[in-house]
Design a protein around this ligand. Structure first.
Ligand SMILES: Cc1cc2nc3c(=O)[nH]c(=O)nc-3n(C[C@H](O)[C@H](O)[C@H](O)COP(=O)(O)O)c2cc1C
Length: 220
């Protein structure tokens, strides 16, 4: 659960880009992320940068064995072999996530929410003793709190946009995702938005989003 890695001295700050769009070169959120990362690289030359493409097959499933393991951990029960393996996979995934000081997320809107692959990451790593603690009287504690972590989140959509009526959909994308970030204890969050809607003014909106991404990266 190291906050920073040591490569000799001094310590290196790590930025992890968690990429949730599968659309490669055509992805708007990944293009904005590239603008952010180019600017970040220029302005933070000593920092390590890694991109985690959530679609690359590295995420473990969170199915029957993992869900049973989670409830057994809550109950203090022993784990069967397949449950131990599922729990270890969750721990390894969490450690990769937790090794970052700075987090950049690229998050397209999918059916008003987030892509299921990002929800899969959330379901794999949101475990007692990793992301949260809980007690019956005070509720949750946020285990990533006070660790100097911060997040920038790129939100894209094509139909929904801020200020449009309910007939354009409802935003469960940033509301859900930022509720989760705050639950982990990551509360320093900045947003970069690209919501051209169906108006056809995509070029202007794209230029603005890329400029904001470059600026946010400089000050990150
Ligand atoms: C599976 C899927 C579901 C989508 N659902 C919505 C939606 O509910 N509302 C919306 O405004 N756009 C929706 N879109 C459009 C994307 O949010 C939009 O094209 C966005 O730019 C995609 O990000 P990307 O280019 O980084 O992949 C959806 C796209 C896909 C592929």
């Amino acid at each position: 659960m190291a906050k920073r890695i040591k490569v000799g001295a001094p310590e290196i700050t790590r930025l992890l880009h968690v990429a949730a769009s599968p659309r490669g070169a055509t992805s708007e959120s990944l293009k904005i992320a590239r603008a952010f990362l180019d600017s970040y690289r220029e302005t933070h030359p000593g920092n390590a940068i890694e991109t985690w493409d959530l679609w690359d097959g590295s995420l473990p499933a969170f199915g029957p064995a993992a869900a049973t393991a989670k409830m057994a951990v809550f109950a203090g029960d022993a784990l069967q072999a397949d449950e131990t393996a599922a729990w270890q996979a969750a721990q390894t995934t969490f450690m990769r996530f937790d090794s970052a000081d700075h987090l950049l997320f690229s998050v397209p809107m999918w059916n008003a929410g987030i892509p299921y692959i990002l929800k899969q990451l959330i379901d794999v790593i949101s475990q007692p003793g990793m992301v949260f603690g809980v007690d019956p009287y005070n509720g949750y504690t946020h285990l990533l709190e006070g660790r100097g972590k911060k997040a920038a989140v790129i939100y894209t959509s094509a139909v929904w946009g801020p200020g449009l009526g309910a007939s354009f959909g409802t935003n469960f994308q940033s509301t859900y995702f930022e509720d989760w970030l705050r639950w982990t204890g990551i509360t320093d969050i900045s947003q970069i938005r690209y919501h051209p809607t169906l108006t056809g003014i995509t070029d202007d909106e794209r230029r603005k989003a890329h400029a904001i991404a470059r600026e946010r990266a400089r000050d990150f």
